[in-house]
Design a protein around this ligand. Structure first.
Ligand SMILES: Nc1nc2c(ncn2[C@@H]2O[C@H](COP(=O)(O)OP(=O)(O)OP(=O)(O)O)[C@@H](O)[C@H]2O)c(=O)[nH]1
Ligand SMILES: [Zn+2]
Length: 306
């Protein structure tokens, strides 16, 4: 690795940040070469960023999308840039409401969400699959599978191979790591291959890494990015992106900031009356709306600005 490429004077090379080590990033260049480039700590670069590199000077290109999370003190952290899709991983026992929040968060960030129903080898997964299928089938791609047995993983591979760059999110224990390992056989290998570098702290400060899948597509591994903060959505985002309200693309509420509750001229309530939106979906929305409103008030009190 490294020395084959001649750096032409004044010629910047274009690449992609595939790993981040705090004081350095690993850049994958269009030539296929990989090289470590030093960056300032807190320079704001993340995995998925497109860059140009001239010598040791790295310049970030504009981003298409940004995926962020919020920490326990309200600080916002960028997790990855330029993702196209976000896989929301569910398994028996996932708290209800998580999926809707995650879908809204993904859509708000400009990522197309899809659903992975993991642990389908367990009998409890049958009922979850039925419930999820009845609500979300036709709204977004669904992948029932088992990361452990490998059953059902092929359709997900096909989906990702259509040139998609994605990441997974899900509550702890749903099987995100298992899924990453099943999809990226290079993951374990990679840890070993990198160990002969001697950048200080590289093993402990890795934020995330991007992996090309053997059949096409890319996945970003995001250690520490589970459910936390992703589900932190605003009332406006919820009202605009709630799954099941897709028919609203053609109809608009009278008020731009309509919360779809009692406002006059509300297109959502019209759709519920006419059957375009199910009463059940609408009731689920109202419950979530109440929760998001309460969280927003609390955040305002703590002075978390969004
Ligand atoms: N039965 C069954 N168990 C699974 C499956 N996928 C993962 N598991 C198990 O679920 C547990 C959690 O899996 P992980 O892959 O560590 O889950 P995770 O989402 O990465 O968890 P966190 O790192 O805590 O966020 C492990 O014991 C896995 O073996 C599956 O498809 N079927
Ligand atoms: Zn409305």
């Amino acid at each position: 690795m490294g020395n084959k490429h001649q750096h032409g004077k004044g010629l910047a090379e274009q690449g992609l940040i595939v790993s981040h080590f705090g004081v350095a990033v690993e850049v994958l260049f269009e030539t296929g070469e990989r090289r470590m480039v030093k960056v300032k700590r807190n320079s704001g670069h993340v995995v998925g960023d497109g860059v140009t590199v001239l010598g040791e000077v790295l310049h970030r290109l504009p981003r298409r999308t940004e995926l962020s999370r919020r920490d326990a003190r309200g600080g916002i952290h960028l997790v990855a840039a330029n993702l196209d899709v976000l896989g929301v991983v569910l398994a028996p026992g996932t708290p209800s409401g998580f999926l809707d929040r995650a879908i809204v968060a993904a859509r708000t960030a400009g990522l197309a969400p899809f659903v992975v129903l993991n642990k389908c080898d367990l009998p409890e997964a049958l009922e979850l699959g039925r419930v999820i299928g009845s609500v979300y089938d036709g709204i977004l791609p669904l992948f029932p599978l088992s990361a452990v047995t490998g059953a059902g993983i092929e359709p997900l591979r096909d989906f990702l191979s259509q040139g998609h760059r994605g990441a997974f999110v899900g509550t702890t224990g749903v099987g995100k790591s298992s899924l990453m390992n099943a999809l990226c056989p290079e993951l374990n290998l990679k840890v070993g291959a990198l160990s002969d570098y001697n950048w200080t702290g590289r093993h402990t400060t890795t934020v995330s890494s991007l992996h090309a899948l053997p059949g096409g597509g890319e996945l970003v591994d995001t250690p520490g990015f589970r459910d936390f903060g992703l589900v932190d959505i605003t009332v406006q985002e919820l009202a605009a992106w709630f799954p099941g309200f897709e028919s609203l693309q053609d109809h608009r509420c009278r008020f731009n900031d309509c919360r779809h509750r009692q406002e006059p001229g509300c297109a959502v309530r019209d759709e519920v009356t006419s059957g375009g939106i199910s009463e059940e979906r609408y009731q689920t929305y109202l419950v979530l709306l109440g929760e998001v409103e309460a969280l927003e008030e609390e955040a305002l009190r703590r002075n978390w600005k969004k």
